[in-house]
Ligand binder design. Structure first.
Ligand code: MSP
Length: 521
């Protein structure tokens, strides 16, 4: 049985509206998943929701609902969002799923039995908003607490701790020995810098149930629930276990083995996450897995954060981009294209409405849309829509471009891949200007030359559909439909030059991206 390429996104906090940052991460993951599927790989793409914790408990209380009812209502919106983005995810995990809770408890029990935990009293301060303990170091010089911590309470309580600190040296050596584990490089260096310069404190993995009941009960001490991050990180692992994956089950008691069709997922190939949650994934998660005796994920792929108009996205200041509104106005593929084309995986990005419109008009409507429209229209006009004999004039360039694009995709440089694909779009548009098929059509002596030009144009469009399918699948399907090509562009093998056979009849052109600047509002 082949191991599937197992790819995850962070699981979103259920208590908030889906925003641009969530959309970005999900679209990136979807493109990666589709690239692998198109190339013949078996993929398992997981996304989902993080539902426990104090904020959820408080919000539910304020609305007079049980936390479960509150989460169930919000989960409907999140699932609709996943559909709106056209995601090809294979599963959707909620941390309130029984399958997830069972695995979290099994892990806790195992680590407890192996004496990885201890209980001790804590006296200090606690930020409710960040659900984290604070020390004197976190205080402002004037003794106040920064607004980012929200309400800060003084606490005296006992909790359970995970012996994180004893694995510090191992983790440093692991990250040093596995350069691909944290990507890009500067994020890896950030983690190594932190680990080499600071002593890793043990991790508090519980909250007293009296203060916070909305969490997974600690199996060995009923007065406590599990800290949300210890719970949430396990989602990547609990889903494979629930599906009967041997790679994950090996670390758990045999009671988890069920009669299920075989599946091979763990270890994850890619955890796609934002830069703000790097420490949880690059420090806590590997140590949890090591203590458990489970293999580590192969890659943490860390993306940056979006701003809008140079300022932080914020609901309170109204500086937001509503993904659903953008999709409703401009179409899903335009949205997906802009996200991936504008911001590579790594740095921070900046959304501007003008930037979006400009890419829409220049690259989608004028670039790709116009190329397809002109190619199909001219073949219809000059050759009755019938594909002439194969000509290989643009083939050498297409072959070279394909290799470059494949290299970019293998390195998760999705933005770079789109840049290269658009070089082909621009090359083909330039080819029209250079060969002037409309002039050739006027001269019967140039009939063979016109045949060749028309072949190169429609064949380039066909290949572009295959290259673009992972990014903008609906558009790729439309290109195939307009070329009257049977089957789906979701097969990378179809990038080979010469797929359109002489004598094939194409369809009629329909604008892929109607030009918005020409449409009166
Ligand atoms: N629930 C945790 C993750 C647990 S994973 C085991 C969480 N949720 S979140 O809803 O706050 O964020 C989900 C993802 O969205 C994170 O990877 C985060 O970095 C990403 N983004 C949130 N805001 C973002 C931007 N403004 N820009 C890009 N991505 C952003 O953290």
């Amino acid at each position: 049985m082949n191991k599937r390429f197992y790819l995850t996104t962070a699981i979103d906090y259920v208590n908030g509206a889906p925003h641009l940052g969530h959309a970005y991460e999900k679209v990136l993951a979807d493109v990666i998943a589709r690239v692998h599927r198109s190339m013949g790989g078996e993929v398992f793409f997981l996304t989902g929701l993080d539902e426990h914790g104090q904020k959820v408990q408080q919000a539910a209380q304020e609305q007079g609902k049980t936390p479960q009812a509150y989460c169930d209502e919000l989960a409907v919106q999140w699932l609709a969002f996943v559909q709106k983005l056209g995601l090809s995810n294979d599963d959707f995990v909620r941390t309130t799923d029984q399958r997830h809770k069972d695995v979290v408890q099994a892990i806790l029990s195992k680590l407890h039995a192996e004496e990885q935990f201890y209980k001790k009293p804590y006296v200090g301060f606690y930020s409710v908003r960040e659900e984290t303990f604070l020390t004197e170091k976190d205080r402002n010089p004037d003794g106040t607490w920064d607004a980012k911590w929200g309400q800060v309470n003084e606490l005296v309580e006992e909790n359970w701790y995970f012996k994180l600190g004893q694995h510090q040296q191992w983790l440093i050596e692991y990250i040093e020995a596995n350069p691909g584990f944290i990507q890009p490089d500067y994020r890896r260096n950030e983690v190594l810098g932190f680990l080499r310069s600071q002593t890793l404190e043990d991790l508090c993995i519980t909250r007293p149930a009296a203060r916070l009941s909305w969490g997974i009960p600690l199996p060995f001490d009923p007065g406590f629930v599990t800290y949300v991050w210890f719970d949430a990180l396990v989602n990547y692992f609990s889903v494979p276990v629930s599906l009967g994956d041997e790679g994950a089950l090996g670390a758990l008691p045999s009671a988890f083995r069920k009669q299920l069709p075989p599946i091979s997922l763990w270890p994850a190939d890619v955890h796609l996450i934002g830069k703000d949650i790097l420490k949880f994934h690059a420090v806590y998660w590997p140590i949890m897995l090591k203590a458990l005796g489970a293999p580590l994920p192969k890659t943490l792929l860390v993306h940056g954060w979006w701003q809008k108009d140079g300022a932080k996205l914020s609901k309170s200041t109204g500086n937001v981009v509503d993904p659903i509104a953008v999709i409703d106005e401009w179409g899903l593929d335009a949205f997906r294209y802009y996200l991936v084309r504008e911001l590579g995986i790594g740095p921070d990005g900046n959304w501007t409405d003008d930037g979006f419109k400009s890419r829409y008009n220049a690259e989608l409507a004028n670039g790709l849309g116009n190329l397809l429209n002109r190619s199909i229209s001219m073949l219809n006009k000059y050759r009755g829509g019938v594909v002439p004999a194969q000509s290989d004039e643009l083939k050498p360039e297409a072959v070279v471009a394909l290799k470059v694009i494949e290299g970019k995709l293998a390195a998760y440089d999705l933005q770079g891949a789109l840049v290269e694909i658009w070089k082909e779009v621009n090359r083909a548009n330039l080819y029209i200007e250079q060969t002037r098929p409309f002039s050739l059509a006027k001269d019967p002596a140039q009939a063979a030359r016109l045949d060749a030009v028309l072949y190169n144009l429609v064949e380039t469009c066909r290949i572009l559909a295959v290259l673009l399918w992972p990014f903008i699948p609906a558009t790729a399907e439309k290109i195939f439909a307009q070329l009257n090509v049977a089957g789906s562009p979701a097969d990378w093998k179809l990038t080979e030059w010469g797929g359109l056979a002489a004598g094939h009849t194409i369809g009629t052109p329909i604008p892929l991206f109607p030009r918005k600047d020409l449409v009166p509002k």
